[in-house]
Ligand binder design. Structure first.
Ligand SMILES: NC(=O)C1=CN([C@@H]2O[C@H](COP(=O)(O)OP(=O)(O)OC[C@H]3O[C@@H](n4cnc5c(N)ncnc54)[C@H](OP(=O)(O)O)[C@@H]3O)[C@@H](O)[C@H]2O)C=CC1
Ligand SMILES: CC(=O)C(=O)O
Ligand SMILES: [Mg+2]
Length: 618
């Protein structure tokens, strides 16, 4: 094609090369004067300099560009004269962030920063992890997902919807990065304890992957957040004009399975055998099946089932220093028998079996679960979700439907609950279950807030010198109880940790520091361990190894404060230790492909970690 005709084409058929576009500014490519039905070409440059360098979040350094870089990269005049180093930029941004009183505004400011200057974003997150984790992760990410449609600015991650059926490989190829090591994927059906948020669940893979980088040191460019949009059953979203996803009811059955199958196949075809696929916040009716189906053919990990199990087991192992005895001496009661509940229960049973050599069928008998017993039809949940948005305490009414999982219910139970149907007469409520089972450990994994009532906590305290109470449900609004409730109702006896963070509590002149039992302790280091060993499959032994590694990081100083998890401020060191143990297990099991095996796996893990300091540009 001649340059003249190319010019004509760009200009929608007219030659403006010697003229001017609107406002006297030359419209070289006819982009300004093109009408809606005329086509223009989205031109870009291949080497970033000038404005395009400032707009590239991977390379942009803002005011930290040096004099030399400003000359060499055509930045003169595009920046004010001052030069700030990264530390000063960090100080300024933290100061600005602290001015926002609304957590969602902090979240939006952090997302803007991530899209503007990636290294500065990670620098901030790594150096201020305890302050910023609740902003980019639970609880604020929950609100962000609920309002994703209205706060949406620039797309993050990859959206694969039913519209892309048959073309998923092409969609993956649209992603600009070619060397992907970790994918976090959701279909948005069980976002934290907030239910079906459809396509707006994208905040979760984005948030989880930013933790992969900040806490686990995985390079941001090798992380890919994906949301699979098969519709939503959330009426509120379906009626919301700002909803960003497919406005249709969820696809199920064969249609769903085929899309997922195509996705899994395309991922392997595009990125190879060793890309880690982390399933996140799928509803349990899909999560267990997907994990089982793909765990023998892909490197898959379900964070809600496996990551949560590993972090809770770590807390239990650590808590033995405070409560005494070994795991087998304890009795465990769960409120919630879904992904988190049964996943944790199974890993505890495996660990006890490993320690005592008793068969896992036996060790499961120390573990009891309560669920919501009565199965509701889909329409009930739709209405329930809709109304509970306006009446947040409505979920308390669900207590009417609670029930201990016992053998007389076996026939009607979902497959993943069946191993927990022990011999016992039916028990109707959590309180009655606590009285009947007399647990030493109470774990909330129901997604239903305020379900550890005063009576429940008081009964736990009357049964135990130091009851261990874990309120895992996220975000904070769904927590089974608050830290303050756990400490005051138990009269300071409880050892407490929660999925979303709570501030320390003063009770009768003593300061109680609650821990955060969140899978964020595990998945970044776990994933790093898989990556550095080139593991090709995930095994339960790796989860146990990760738990032991995390428990070993709790110091005497932490125990003295009643903590069963180490502080997040040390998380990179913790992740390196977890990664090393997971990698070691991969080598021992013959599942590692990165050979030869590094001698010092902790040092090796540390050396592989991404660091967010600026680089100098030639
Ligand atoms: N801290 C952490 O790291 C993690 C926390 N979580 C949190 O755990 C919660 C649950 O997640 P997940 O297990 O995946 O969800 P699931 O939907 O798989 O399981 C929820 C379980 O809770 C039961 N349940 C719900 N409401 C009640 C109630 N009022 N009384 C008794 N049982 C109830 C359900 O009963 P039924 O089976 O009868 O429907 C189901 O067994 C979420 O809030 C999530 O955010 C999850 C993963 C990690
Ligand atoms: C923490 C987490 O994975 C969840 O609440 O789903
Ligand atoms: Mg999750």
């Amino acid at each position: 094609m001649s340059s003249a005709s190319l010019k004509e084409m760009r200009n929608g058929g007219e030659d403006y090369s010697n003229g001017h576009g609107g406002g006297g500014v030359r419209d070289l490519y006819g982009e300004d004067c093109a009408t809606e039905d005329q086509l223009i070409t989205p031109w870009t440059f291949s080497v970033a300099s000038g404005c395009s360098l400032l707009r590239d979040p991977r390379y942009n350094k803002g005011l930290a560009f040096t004099e030399g870089e400003r000359d060499a990269h055509y930045l003169r005049g595009l920046l004010p004269p001052a030069i700030f180093n990264q530390e000063l930029q960090e100080k300024r941004l933290m100061h600005n962030l602290r001015q926002y009183e609304v957590p969602l505004h902090r979240y939006m400011a952090m997302m803007d920063l991530q899209e503007r200057n990636e290294r500065l974003f990670y620098k901030l997150l790594i150096n201020n992890v305890e302050e910023l984790l609740p902003v980019v992760y639970t609880p604020t990410v929950g609100e962000a997902c609920q309002k994703y449609g209205s706060i949406f600015r620039r797309p993050q991650g990859l959206y694969i919807s039913l519209k892309e059926k048959g073309k998923i490989l092409e969609v993956l190829k649209n992603w600009p990065e070619k060397s992907i090591q970790v994918i976090v994927v959701t279909d948005g059906e069980r976002i934290l304890g907030l239910g079906d948020l459809g396509c707006q669940g994208m905040g979760i893979p984005v948030g989880k992957l930013s933790l992969y980088t900040a806490l686990g040191g995985v390079r941001p460019s090798s992380c890919l957040p994906i949301t699979i949009d098969v519709g939503t059953n959330n009426e509120k979203l379906l009626n919301d004009e700002f909803y960003i996803g497919l406005k249709q009811k969820r696809a199920t059955g064969q249609e769903y399975a085929e899309l997922l199958e195509e996705f899994m196949h395309a991922v392997k075809q595009n990125y190879g055998e060793k890309v880690l696929i982390q399933f996140e916040d799928f509803a349990n009716h899909n999560a267990f099946d997907l994990l089982e189906k793909y765990s023998s053919s892909h490197l898959v990990f379900n964070d809600d089932i496996q990551g949560t199990a590993s972090v809770v087991l770590a807390g239990l192992l650590a808590s033995l220093k405070l409560v005494g005895g070994t795991l087998v001496d304890h009795t465990f009661l769960f409120l919630g028998a879904g992904e988190a509940g049964t996943g944790i229960a199974e890993l505890i049973a495996l660990e006890i079996s490993k320690q005592t050599k008793a068969p896992v069928e036996e060790t499961r008998k120390k573990i009891w679960l309560v669920d919501s017993k009565v199965k509701m039809p889909g329409w009930f949940y739709s209405y329930f979700t809709f109304y509970s948005f306006f009446f947040p305490n409505l979920h308390n009414k669900l207590v009417l439907f609670q029930g201990l999982i016992v053998s007389s219910r076996l026939e009607s139970l979902q497959q993943f609950k069946k191993p927990w149907a022990h011999e016992h007469e039916p028990v109707k409520s959590l309180l009655d279950a606590v009285k009947a089972i007399k647990p030493t450990v109470l774990i909330g994994s129901s997604g239903a807030g305020k379900t550890f009532t005063k009576e429940v906590v008081e009964t736990m305290a009357s049964l135990n010198e130091k009851p261990l109470i874990l309120a895992l449900s996220n975000p904070t609004s769904q927590s089974e109880c608050t830290a303050e409730e756990a400490y005051t109702w138990s009269k300071g006896k409880a050892i407490f940790a929660s999925g979303s963070p709570f501030d320390p509590v003063e009770y009768e002149g003593k300061l109680f520091v609650p821990g955060q039992a969140n899978n964020a302790y595990i998945f970044p280091g776990f994933g790093l361990g898989l990556i550095i060993s080139g593991a090709i499959r995930v095994r339960d032994e790796m989860l146990l190894a990760a738990s032991e590694a995390l428990a070993a990081q709790v110091s005497q100083e932490n125990y003295d404060k009643g903590l069963i998890y180490p502080p997040f401020s040390n998380i990179r060191k913790i992740s390196a230790h977890i990664a090393a143990k997971v990698a070691a297990k991969a080598y021992d099991l013959g599942l590692a492909s990165h050979l030869p095996r590094p001698k010092d796996l902790v040092k090796y893990a540390e050396s592989c970690m991404y660091s967010p300091g600026y680089r100098s540009y030639r």
